[in-house]
Ligand binder design. Structure first.
Ligand code: TXA
Ligand code: MG
Length: 337
C-alpha cells in the first residue's frame, strides 16, 4: 500500500479512508496521531499492528465536541466540566469512567475508563466531523521511537503500513498532551504535558502527581508510561548544568565515533566543537526545546555513525516538566558526569 499525503483541502478523501476502516495519521497541536474509527474494532486492531504497540496499552479517543464524550462517559462532574471549559480544545487528555459496553476493549485495554481529548487543530477537528466518528490516536511513531512532530516523521516510520497522512505542517508544542485521570476521587496527573499541574490546580484544586508517587517496582496507572520510549539507536545522555559543556567538548573529542549535540543556540555558539561533533539547535528556551526535542533525536537517528547524543537539560518548571519527563525516558536516566 502506498501511503497518500492529504493536504488540509483534501479532508474529504482522508475522511473516506477512515470510514472504510483504514488508518490516517492526523496533525495535532502536540504530535501527529495515528487515526482510526474508534467505533470499528478491526480498524482499531490495525493501529496496534502498524505501530507494533503492545495491545494492553489503551488509546486516546479524539473528539470534536463534548457531546461525544457525554455519549460514552458517565455523567460529567463539575470539576470535569470546568476543566473542559478552561482547556479544550487543547493539550489536556482526561480519563473518565465509561458507561457499560460503549467502547471496545481494544480501545480501553480492558479498563472501565477511557481517555478523551479534543485536539486544537482545525484540520483534524474537521476530519473527525467529516468522518462522523471519534478517532483513536496514539502518537504516529513506531512503538519506542520519538513521537512525530512533522508529517515526514510519520512517513519515515509508517509508509506502506497506513492509508494516508493529513499534513498540516509542524505541530506546536512537540510533546504529547497532559494525561489527567479524573476517574477516581483524587485527580491524578499520569503524564505531564503543556497543561501544567499548577494550571490545573488553579481550576480544580489539588491534584496528585503520579510521577512523584510511583516507586520503581509499581506498575504505573497509564500503561504507556511503563514502556521504553523516545529512544534513538545511539546512547543518550543529559547535560544538566551549563558549566559542564566545556568538559563535554573535551569528552567528545576523545570519542572514536561521531557525537550529536542537542542544545540551545547560546550553548552551540559558545564553544568550539570538535570535528566529530554534529549539532542540532533547540532554539533559545525550554519552549522551543520542547518543540524541537523529538525532531532533533530523529535527525541524529538518521545518521547511523552517531554513537552518542548529548542533550541540554532544563529545570522542571512549566513545560520543562514535560520536556524533562520525555528526555529522561529517552536517556534511560543517564546523565553526563
Ligand atoms: O498528545 C497526545 O496525547 C497524542 C496526540 C496524537 O493526541 N497522543 C498520544 O497517545 O500521546 P499515546 O497513545 O501515545 O499515549 C496515550 C497515553 C498512554 O500512556 C496510555 O497508556 C494512556 O495515555 N492511557 C490511555 N487511556 C488510558 C486509560 N483509560 N487509563 C490510563 N491511561 C490511559
Ligand atoms: Mg506514544
Amino acid at each position: 500500500m502506498e501511503t497518500k499525503i492529504f493536504k488540509p483541502d483534501q479532508i474529504d478523501q482522508a475522511a473516506a479512508e477512515i470510514k472504510k476502516g483504514n488508518l490516517v495519521s492526523f496533525p495535532t497541536e502536540t504530535v501527529y496521531g495515528l487515526g482510526a474509527d474508534a467505533t470499528n474494532v478491526q480498524a482499531v486492531e490495525k493501529v496496534y499492528q502498524a505501530k507494533g504497540r503492545p495491545s494492553d496499552n489503551p488509546l486516546i479517543v479524539h473528539v470534536a465536541d463534548i457531546s461525544t464524550v457525554e455519549k460514552y462517559a458517565q455523567p460529567l462532574n463539575e470539576k470535569t466540566k470546568q476543566l473542559i471549559k478552561q482547556f479544550w480544545p487543547g493539550p489536556l487528555t482526561i480519563i473518565l469512567k465509561l458507561k457499560p459496553h460503549v467502547l471496545s476493549s481494544k480501545v480501553t485495554g480492558g479498563l472501565k475508563t477511557a481517555a478523551f481529548r479534543n485536539p486544537d487543530k482545525e484540520a483534524t477537528l474537521n476530519l473527525i466531523r467529516k468522518a462522523g466518528v471519534p478517532l483513536v490516536g496514539p502518537s504516529a511513531n513506531t512503538s519506542g521511537k520519538p513521537s512525530p512532530t512533522l508529517a515526514k516523521h510519520v512517513y519515515h516510520d509508517l509508509n506502506g503500513k497506513i492509508a494516508g497522512i493529513l499534513d498540516a505542517g509542524a505541530t506546536d508544542f512537540g510533546v504529547e498532551s497532559t494525561v489527567l485521570d479524573l476517574s477516581t476521587n483524587h485527580p491524578t496527573i499520569l503524564r505531564p504535558g503543556a497543561v501544567t499541574s499548577q494550571a490545573i490546580e488553579k481550576v480544580i484544586g489539588p491534584v496528585v502527581d503520579e510521577q512523584k508517587h510511583v516507586g520503581k517496582t509499581e506498575v504505573p496507572k497509564a500503561p504507556g508510561m511503563k514502556y521504553t520510549h523516545y529512544s534513538p539507536t545511539a546512547s543518550v545522555q543529559i547535560v544538566d548544568n551549563e558549566n559542564q559543556w566545556k568538559s563535554v567538548t573535551e569528552w567528545a573529542a576523545n570519542q572514536s565515533g561521531k557525537v550529536g549535540i542537542l542544545a540551545t543556540d547560546a550553548i552551540l555558539n559558545d564553544y568550539n566543537w570538535p570535528q566529530n561533533v554534529e549539532t542540532y539547535s533547540l532554539g533559545n528556551d525550554v519552549k522551543s526545546a520542547s518543540h524541537a526535542l523529538f525532531a532533533g533525536l530523529r535527525n541524529f537517528d538518521l545518521h547511523s555513525d552517531i554513537t552518542d547524543i548529548l542533550v541540554e537539560g532544563f529545570t522542571t518548571e512549566g513545560i520543562g516538566e514535560a520536556y524533562m519527563n520525555r528526555l529522561n525516558k529517552s536517556a534511560g536516566q543517564k546523565h553526563f558526569e
